[in-house]
Design a protein. Structure first.
Length: 243
């Protein structure tokens, strides 16, 4: 009798993750020390008055070492915001697959935003500086772009979307926009009702889309499918004005 073929384990299960090396742990410690020093000095001394040299000295390393970890003091400052974005990603990845995408985004936003505003003083300061400093906004935008790409990949898997389906990218942009807007709305209104704040933003988005003319969604979807088909076949896609 032929032996039953055994299915190989997925690579991630067959090969257990390697423990972090001493070098990796040291790199993480130095990176965290620099981020903590940057945060403390920038909060206490102000953004413009704080230099890279002062951040490095406070962390116990050289200026040269600082630049091995961060491109600038702006990059060091946004380190904590990465944690908020990661919280949003984790919450969204954990939402049930049967949940509608926009509802999943809403339900992921509430705990992620609530976790971010636990440190209210830091949030207020960061948002204030973001509104004043274009350099910091650019760095934050770079980080948000990476988060958006990861969320788009999540949505692609969630929707079983094909390579020509733009909905995952659109939903990722919506998630990111709602995330950033929620923090800014909290800064402006200082509400403790995070769920109500997020619901208000989602309701506003739904209200705006509901104002589109009847039948618009169907016509737009058909037009988009035709454009993608023509593009694959090498045909010139006419502009909206020429249709």
């Amino acid at each position: 009798m032929a032996r039953e073929a055994r299915k190989a384990k997925p690579f991630s299960r067959a090969v257990p993750p390697m423990p972090k090396s001493l070098r990796q742990r040291k790199l993480e410690v130095v990176r965290e020390a620099l981020a903590a020093a940057a945060e403390e000095l920038l909060l206490s001394r102000g953004f413009e008055r704080t230099t890279v040299e002062e951040i490095a000295k406070a962390a116990g390393v050289s200026r040269r070492t600082f630049f091995r970890y961060y491109e600038s003091k702006e990059h060091a400052l946004v380190e904590r915001s990465e944690r908020w974005g990661e919280r949003l990603y984790v919450e969204l990845a954990a939402r049930p697959r049967e949940e509608p995408p926009l509802l999943a985004i809403r339900n992921a936003l509430v705990p992620a935003v609530a976790a971010g505003i636990e440190d209210a003083e830091f949030i207020r300061w960061v948002i204030r500086v973001l509104r004043e400093k274009s350099r910091l906004r650019r760095v934050m935008m770079e980080r948000r772009n990476r988060l958006e790409e990861r969320i788009a990949a999540l949505m692609t898997a969630r929707l079983h979307a094909g390579p020509h389906d733009d909905k995952p990218m659109l939903l990722a942009f919506v998630a990111r926009a709602l995330f950033d807007t929620a923090f800014n709305a909290w800064y402006d209104h200082e509400t403790r009702d995070v769920g109500g704040l997020v619901d208000g933003l989602v309701a506003g988005l739904c209200a705006v889309t509901a104002e589109m003319p009847p039948g618009y969604a169907g016509r737009a979807a058909r037009s988009a499918r035709r454009d993608r088909t023509d593009a694959r076949r090498g045909r010139r896609v006419p502009s909206v004005e020429n249709r």
